[in-house]
Design a protein around this ligand. Structure first.
Ligand code: GDP
Ligand code: IMO
Ligand code: MG
Length: 424
């Protein structure tokens, strides 16, 4: 039994939290392998909503172990808050949670620089969680890691060197560096709280796989936000695609048995960057209202548009999707007609996938499909869905050459049609 990887197939917020929670029922271990508290993964169980930024979305299942792997960047304050929230509800057990000693730390200078940069002209519109600067430190080989929290001396030495590197950047942005002594005190305390949960996470994942356990890899963000394959530079700073699960968790590609990509039945994007199928004005506002499209991390209104199949096809290719989870199909109920973007035109040429650049210049080519009026949130089998909704799903499967394994018909855990279980 290999690992199942769950990844976002758009610009994030596809419903990864919900789908991971559903699959986690059958998993022994759920591993968050990339990104940080820029993620906001929503779970709704019996009407009650929980949003995780760092805690893997398997956390509600008491027989499932959760791992925060080496590919993530961790703001310990956010993590401890989430642990306390779960603990207060009697849902947390230290022995079920492991944080990689190799995961990188998000430090106050990272959030500061992220915020200051995002005020500049041409900004990306980041989540301001310090993600970009934290990953910058990692590749510049001057980052601090979770394991460094366990030694005051080591932490302080590395912190001082790191602050020296950021000093000119912070000065140029008109900011003030965080105080060393205060930062050391705070972070050493975080280290004391987290110490029992810090360890060799990659080894734990590998052992679990070796024993034939069911391992679920939880991606963050989405394919179009990937540092290599996304709409650069309007991307995040990590590998959000399925390949990221290997480096992020510390396993090889042959350990992965299947990949489930998640897409909404339409498209959204939060933050700046090209979005060919974006609906402007009233139509976009109506979709945002119907889908409650406001960021789970920042509360920002999400930009909304029609489903972009060239982008989804590309996501399926770069992550070798085995199956697709299609979410929020209920939001389309009541629309007379649906537009499905099947390709783009750029300078007189037809494109089937996004160009490396110039996505802001493409013209979407649409196919019109009939909508449906029937509410679908009560459907529990594909056969229960209205004929036009089924036709819409089939058209997507044909276009991206990937079968639908799950259809989500509402935010709640129960509002789900599982067509095929990823663990077989
Ligand atoms: P994630 O980042 O991929 O985990 O997604 P988010 O949690 O940021 O955003 C997805 C939003 O859609 C959340 O508010 C979910 O509760 C909600 N959601 C998920 N699936 C469905 C669905 O099928 N229908 C509706 N109406 N809402 C859904
Ligand atoms: P989940 O896991 C949606 C976007 C930001 C911005 C860009 C870079 O909930 O799907 P960053 O803070 O990462 O440097 O921001 O990426 N972004 C997300 N959009 N969902 C997310 O996560 C996102 N994480 C980052 O809005 O455009
Ligand atoms: Mg989200």
């Amino acid at each position: 039994m290999g690992a199942v990887v769950v990844v976002g197939a758009q610009w994030g917020d596809e419903g990864k939290g919900k789908v991971v929670d559903i699959y986690a029922r059958f998993a022994d271990q759920v591993v968050r392998y990339a990104g940080g508290a820029n993620a906001g993964h929503t779970l709704v169980v019996e009407g009650e909503q929980l949003i995780f930024h760092l805690m893997p979305s398997g956390a509600l299942h008491q027989d499932t172990r959760c791992v925060l792997a080496q590919g993530t960047v961790v703001d310990p304050k956010v993590l401890i808050d989430e642990i306390q929230t779960l603990d207060a509800r009697g849902l947390f057990a230290q022995e079920r949670f492991l944080i990689s000693e190799r995961a990188f730390l998000v430090l106050p200078q990272h959030t500061l620089v992220d915020e200051l940069r995002d005020r500049q002209a041409g900004a990306l519109g980041t989540t301001k969680r310090g993600i970009g600067p934290a990953y910058e430190d990692k590749v510049a080989r001057r980052g601090l890691r979770i394991g460094d929290l366990l030694s005051r001396e080591k932490f302080e030495r590395k912190l001082r060197a790191n602050l020296d590197a950021w000093a000119p950047v912070v000065a140029a942005l008109g900011g003030e560096l965080p105080d060393v002594a205060q930062t050391v005190e705070r972070y050493v305390k975080y280290g004391e709280t987290l110490a029992p949960m810090i360890g060799n996470a990659a080894d734990a994942v590998r052992r679990s796989l070796k024993q034939g356990e069911r391992v679920l890899m939880e991606g963050a963000q989405g394919a179009l936000l990937d540092i290599d394959s996304g709409t650069y530079p309007f991307v995040t700073s990590s590998s959000t695609v399925a390949g990221g699960a290997c480096v992020g968790a510390g396993i090889g590609p042959t350990s992965i048995s299947s990949v489930v990509g998640i897409s909404k039945a339409y498209a959204t994007r939060v933050g700046n960057g090209p979005f060919p199928t974006e609906m402007e004005g009233d139509a976009g506002d109506a979709l945002r209202e119907a889908g409650a499209e406001f960021g789970a991390t920042t509360g920002r209104p999400r930009r909304c548009g029609w489903l972009d199949l060239p982008a989804l096809r590309f996501a399926a290719q770069v992550s070798s999707f085995s199956g697709l989870a299609l979410t929020k199909i209920d939001v389309l109920t009541g629309m007379k007609e649906l537009q499905l973007c099947t390709g783009y035109e750029l300078d007189g040429k037809r494109l089937d996938t996004p160009p490396y650049d110039d996505l802001d210049r493409v013209t979407p080519v649409y196919e019109t499909m009939p909508g449906w009026d029937e509410p679908v949130s009560g459907c529990r089998r594909v056969e229960d869905l209205p004929e036009n909704a089924r036709a819409y799903i089939t058209r997507i499967e044909e276009e991206i050459e990937c079968p639908v394994w799950l259809v989500s018909v509402g935010p709640d855990r129960e509002q789900t049609i599982v067509v095929r279980e990823p663990f077989g």
